[in-house]
Structures are given as C-alpha cells and as structure tokens.
Design a protein around this ligand. Structure first.
Ligand code: 4AD
Length: 484
C-alpha cells in the first residue's frame, strides 16, 4: 500500500507539500506494528521490530521499576514475556485478562526465554476477576477439576496442550492417508442404517410438531451414524482406497472411561485385499506415522502430559513407536487368559466377548505394546464380517487392535464379498430387505475388501496416557451429560 501511494505521489508532484505527505506516510508505515502470534514472536523472526501481540495474561509480576507479564494466545505452550515500565501497570492486568501489547521485540538476556517484548503500550481488552475465575495463577489444576468448566478449560495449560495435540494428530492422520493414496469421503451423519446392529442408535426427528401425513421426517426412521463403514464400502466399489474421519454416535448407557455418546472415528476401506495383513499394515503404519508426527510437532505439549499428567508414559509411547505390533489369534488370546493367574471379573472361554480387563491383560502379556487379535468367533461379529470357512472353529476374518492403558483402539474385518454367504447371513438376521442395496454391491463387480475403524479419542488417551476419555475431547457427550 505504501509503495503504491508513494509511486502515485512521486509521479503527481514533487512539491514540498507532497514531500511532507510522503515523509509522514513513511513514518506512519514504519511505526505501524506488525501483528504477531506468540509462537511467531518466540521464533524471533521479527527481532528489533515494532510488534503487536494479543492474548491472555498467564502471570503478572510487578517489580520496583518494571512490570513482567507473561502472555499466551494458544499458539504455543510457552508464553511470551513482556517487560513494561511500572507506569504501564493497571489494576485490571490480572491472570486471565485479555490484553494487547505493542513494543519492540528483543533478544532476552535470560536463558528461559529466547525473546521478550519491551512494551511501550499495554491495553486491557477484557478484564477477568481473579477471585471468581475458577483457575488460579501458578496452580496446576487436575484434569478432573478442569472438566467441571467445559467453557473455560481451554484457558488452562494442560487442556490447551491437549487441543493443540488433537489438532496436530488430525492433520497427521489426514496426511498419512493422502500420502498413501487414500481418498477422503464425507460419509453422512444422518443415515437410515445401523451398521453395527447393536441397537445403540440416536433417532433423528424434527423437534417441532410431527408432520401431519408422515410418521417420520425422512419417511423412514433415521439415525445419527454409528459408523461410516457401509458408505465407505459403497465407495470401495469404485475407488480402491477410501477413508473418512468424522463424528460418530452411540447411545451407550455407559459412564466408562473409554466410552462417549459422540466420538470421532477414523475409518478406512481397502479394495482387493488378500488377507487381514492388508488391514493390519495400514493400522500399524497409520498409528506409527501419526504418533511420530505428534511427538515431533508437539514436543512441548506432549512433554507436559508425560511429565506432569501421566509421569512415566513416555517410555511406553517410545516402545509403541519402535516395536512391531505382535499378532495373536482370538483362540491364542483365550489360551493366554485361561492360563493366567489373574482373577477376572468376567469368565473367559472360547466364544466369550473380550472385556476391557481381558484386553488390558493381553496387552501387558505381549510386552505393553499394541497387539492385534484376529479371527474372532463368527457369532460375535456383525453381519458384514467375512466367514473364515477354512478354519476348524467357526470364525470371522476380523481383527481388533488392543493398546496399552485403553484396550480396544481399532476394530476391523474383511467384508463378506460372496453374494450367497452374505445373503444367507442377512436372511438369518432378518435384514435381507433392509440391505438389498448392500447385496447389490456383491451383485455388480464384487471384490474382496476390508476396513477398520479407529476411535480417535482412544488414540489420544493411548499416546498421552490419559485415563478418562472425557479429558481428550473438547466437549464430551455421555449419558446424562450434554453441557453447552
Ligand atoms: O469396533 P467398532 O464398533 O467398529 C465399527 O464401528 C466398524 N464399523 C468400523 C469399521 O470397520 N469401519 O468401533 C471402532 C472403534 C473402536 O475400536 C473404539 O476405539 C471406538 O471406535 N469406539 C468408541 N470410542 C469412544 N466411545 C465409544 N462409545 C466407542 N465405541 C467405539
């Protein structure tokens, strides 16, 4: 803007008036501070420059001649130190208040911070009464305490770190799929199918008075999706690698530390599979690639968790990244559990559903690293799972990935692509009419394929060592709670 204005002026006239305007314009442009985020200021890119930083006060320390303020805007864990003359002090400058500071960015003489901002102006944009504010300066509040304030907890160090990690992990997962030739599909949130057949559905109808002539808004019962799998399967008839990453909903009446009513699921579907290994490879590679990315790009934030929230968890994460994930069959898993001296609350026998306590035991048994369990009893799996006809026991080509501290992280299977077998199974469970379109996928160019779903919140729990799933999602929804 300055250059364009200057050019116009120099062409138009060289009179003393225009020279004066030009001078003021130059002076004005030089003085306009560059707006920086805290992370940009900390990187030292604008050293010696006049800058403006906006954020929230993390601490205020008035001394005789100077005032030291730490300000953060969520762009990094580390705050920026502001040094201001004591005349700039303001009683409204308190922990949590929103401020705007201008001044010169300088190299700091202290080792703790690379740069500091020598302020010539500090303006309180929004005050914050420290007595009423639920978080106190310099106090490390526990995750359980901050969970009581879903509208304010993003102001704490721990939760802002979590949100940066969550955002970076999302990017990492999308990058993994992009780099490996997967196409993203936006599968619907509202659907008329119950993919898992577990009946944990939220029904969708308008909140106003019912339509006079129609029982249902969509003319059929419609639900919030429990999984995008069946829609991905549609796409896997035309694209050989597809994925989706979005919210999924389960009306599970559970208060457990690993279940939510609304959670994010990463789902992938691979066409022309030859064995379960085609799926376990994608699960393992994606896990490793996303985790390495998060450790590299969110080092400070991850450290905060591994040092203060879940001490000692870093070693577990390093082992998960370095070691290959073992594979055991469900039958081997049952043998291991039956041989164990641990007393389980739920009995173990061939055909039983593995409970969290069993899954956690199996993970420990395999060296506290993620472990794949394959070939589950056929009757435990939904209608779409492929029948392992060549196995002595009646099993399905299904696989779960169990991980330290959490248990089941991923569930997947090869899909039944043989029309006669699928049709018979659907008939058996009374769903042949509902899924006639699904049978069409087997009628027209059927192919061996398979896929899996990964619970994104459980993934975050696993790499950060967070015990309660409600602490890794911005706004948790579970039975009897839908705050905000
Ligand atoms: O094992 P699930 O139910 O698998 C499916 O939904 C498949 N249709 C996915 C597919 O093959 N495309 O769920 C997948 C994962 C689980 O392993 C778990 O990590 C997570 O989703 N999950 C939950 N996470 C939080 N809260 C809940 N209520 C969850 N239910 C499942």
């Amino acid at each position: 803007m300055f250059q364009a204005a200057a050019k116009t002026l120099s062409i138009a006239s060289t009179s003393s008036v225009s020279r004066a305007i030009l001078f003021s314009l130059r002076h004005y442009c030089k003085k306009t501070p560059t707006k920086l985020r805290v992370s940009e200021a900390l990187s030292g890119a604008e050293l010696g420059e006049n800058v403006k930083v906006q954020g929230w006060v993390r601490s205020v320390r008035p001394q005789k001649a100077n005032l030291f303020i730490h300000v953060n805007d969520g762009s990094s864990l580390q705050p920026l130190q502001i040094i201001a003359g004591s005349e700039l002090n303001d009683p409204l400058l308190t922990f949590g208040s929103a401020i705007e500071v201008t001044g010169i960015l300088k190299k700091s003489p202290h080792q703790k911070q690379p740069v500091e901002l020598e302020a010539d102006r500090v303006r309180v944009v929004g005050k914050c009464n420290p007595v009423d504010f639920p978080f106190k300066i310099k106090e490390r509040h526990g995750l359980e305490y901050i969970r009581q304030f879903p509208h304010l907890r993003c102001r704490t160090n721990a939760f802002s770190s979590l949100l940066r990690i969550r955002s970076e992990a999302t990017t990492a997962i999308h990058s993994y799929f992009k780099d490996n030739g997967f196409m993203q599909i936006h599968t619907p949130i509202i659907t008329s199918n119950d993919c898992e057949g577990a009946g944990e559905l939220f029904q969708v109808e308008p909140s106003g008075p019912a339509h006079e002539e129609d029982e249902h808004f969509f003319s059929v019962p419609a639900f919030l999706t429990v999984s995008g799998q069946l829609h991905l399967e549609v796409m896997s008839g035309a694209f050989s690698r597809v994925y989706t990453f979005g919210p999924t909903f389960r009306a599970e009446n559970s208060q457990s530390r690993r279940h939510l009513a609304e959670f994010y699921m990463v789902e992938a579907e691979v066409s022309f599979t030859e064995s379960l290994e085609d799926l376990t490879k994608v699960m393992e590679d994606m896990f490793r690639s996303a985790t390495e990315h998060v450790l590299a790009h969110c080092a400070e934030d991850v450290d905060l968790f591994h040092k203060h929230v879940t001490p000692g968890h870093r070693d577990t994460v390093d082992a998960m990244v370095k070691k290959r994930f073992p594979v055991i069959t469900y039958s081997e898993a049952i043998d291991i559990l039956n041989r164990s001296s641990q007393k389980f609350a739920f009995p173990t026998y061939w055909g039983c559903d593995l409970q969290t306590e069993h899954e956690k035991y199996l993970v420990k048994h395999c060296g506290n690293i993620p472990v794949f369990v394959t070939d589950y009893p056929y009757d435990l799996k939904p209608f779409y799972a492929r029948d392992n006809q060549d196995h002595p026991e009646h099993t399905a080509a299904a696989v779960d990935l169990l991980v330290p501290g959490v248990g089941e992280l991923c569930g997947g299977s090869l899909r039944e692509e043989r029309l006669d077998l699928l049709s018979a199974r659907l008939q058996e469970v009374g769903l042949e009419d509902t899924y006639s379109w699904y049978l069409d996928l087997r009628r027209f160019g059927s192919l061996p394929h398979g896929g899996f779903g990964l619970g994104f919140e459980r993934y975050l729990q696993c790499i950060l060592g967070v015990d309660n799933i409600k602490d890794v999602i911005p706004f948790p929804r579970f039975s009897h709670s839908c705050l905000l």
